[in-house]
Design a protein around this ligand. Sequence first.
Ligand code: 4FV
Length: 267
Amino acid sequence: MQFVVLTIFPEMFPPFWEHGIIRRAVEARKIVPSAVNIREYAPGRHHVTDDRPYGGGCGMVMKPEPLAAAIQAARRAAPGAKTVLMSPQGRVFDQTMARELARLDGLIFVCGRYEGVDERVCHDDIDAELSIGDFVLTGGELAAMVIIDAVTRLIPGVLGGEDSAEKDSFENGLLEHAHFTRPETFHGMRVPEVLLSGHHGRIEAWRRENALIRTFLKRPELLKERPLADDEAAVLKRWRRDIERIIQTQSADAQSLDGPGSLSGGQ
Ligand code: 4FV
């Protein structure tokens, strides 16, 4: 998969793709990334890429001509690639979109700076606007890195056997189960016994239940849309029974405590 990043700070990217799994993907030619300086497409001695906003106001806007020329050149270098602008107005990136993008031949990232880019670039040269979240960055570069990272690890063969995307959070709409490694006891906290049992069936059941409870406790909204598998429904029913039993015993104790003849003598 080809990644072409259009930015006025191309030097930000090599440190990113020269480390870890992304570096391995480059060496295995699973991805072919390049960062291009938009200034190279800005005429004149100063290669100006920004100018004051029409209508006044603070900040600067990125000029359309250098961007359009840089995009045309990138499209020649990466035929079939989708051109995406990183902007807070874009569709918010998530794991579902990461899976979609990982199926493409390539992506051309337009990284804005200042107040943003001239709107006419969006009209002619941009296939989609993407956002990594409802907050404002100083530039689109970090957003491009986030997307390159999340997409690259989904390209078949990038993640070795030891770490597979199948078990990812959000992969099956749930958060991932808890992870433990040596030592067995840390700060008095022991690793759940079942994980030491070597009993793969019980371990797998524990991990599914643990993923369900973590999702229920941390991101309950994720469960709302998601159909429940039979074993998950069984787990939730068992919890509900346990919770109801606790409530019953608690209220029974409370009555025994408060009722006539109780310690409090029913005051
Ligand atoms: C952003 C985001 C983002 C807006 C103006 C760059 C900045 C500046 N990009 N997701 N959130 N971009 O804040 O993608 O040009």
